[in-house]
Design a protein around this ligand. Structure first.
Ligand code: HEC
Length: 141
């Protein structure tokens, strides 16, 4: 039996489970996890308050929200997810910023109702819509 284990260790299959190496492997884990996090950044980057504040202009987004989005989103008109109400947004947040922004720019019809392209205000730039989405999401995470 012990020979079997030694063989496995030598073959490298259980290298990390063999004595000293085990500790080493555990120490290395956090670093590995970090690298993974980095490589998944981009399309579906995890949404955090810091990330939103860094990537988007939340102040500008708030103004856009007040002018073009709150008419529906403040009270939930036409099925719009209500602003700052976490339960209304939890499933949507998991879509990631890129998808939320894309759908807000292009508009879409979902199960709850119709979200018009750019909230019905074609004057808005894509960036302004992105900032408004970021502001709205920053209130529910
Ligand atoms: C005319 C009403 C209306 C206006 C104005 C409006 N929305 Fe919406 N919005 C909706 C509705 C309704 C939904 C939900 C559609 C569904 O999922 O069924 C929605 C959903 C969303 C979502 C969630 C998308 C998703 O994938 O779940 C985001 C983000 C959003 N709106 C952003 C905005 C922004 C930013 C503005 C302003 C630029 C805006 N909305 C203006 C009605 C509106």
């Amino acid at each position: 039996m012990s020979r079997f284990i030694v063989t496995l260790c030598l073959s490298g299959v259980l290298l990390s489970a063999c004595g000293g190496d085990k500790q080493k492997a555990e120490e290395e884990k956090p670093a590995e996890a970090k690298v993974e996090e980095k490589t998944t950044e981009g399309s579906s980057e995890a949404i955090t308050a810091e990330m939103l504040a860094q990537k988007y202009n939340l102040e500008a987004g708030k103004t856009v929200y007040e002018q073009s989005c709150q008419s529906c989103h403040m009270m939930g008109v036409a099925g719009a997810p209500i602003h700052a109400k976490k339960e209304a947004w939890s499933d949507r947040v998991s879509l990631g910023m890129d998808m939320l922004i894309k759908k807000s720019i292009e508009g879409y019809t979902g199960e709850a109702g119709m979200m018009p392209a750019k909230g019905g205000n074609p004057e808005l730039s894509d960036e302004q819509v992105a900032d408004a989405v970021a502001y709205m999401i920053s209130e529910v995470i």
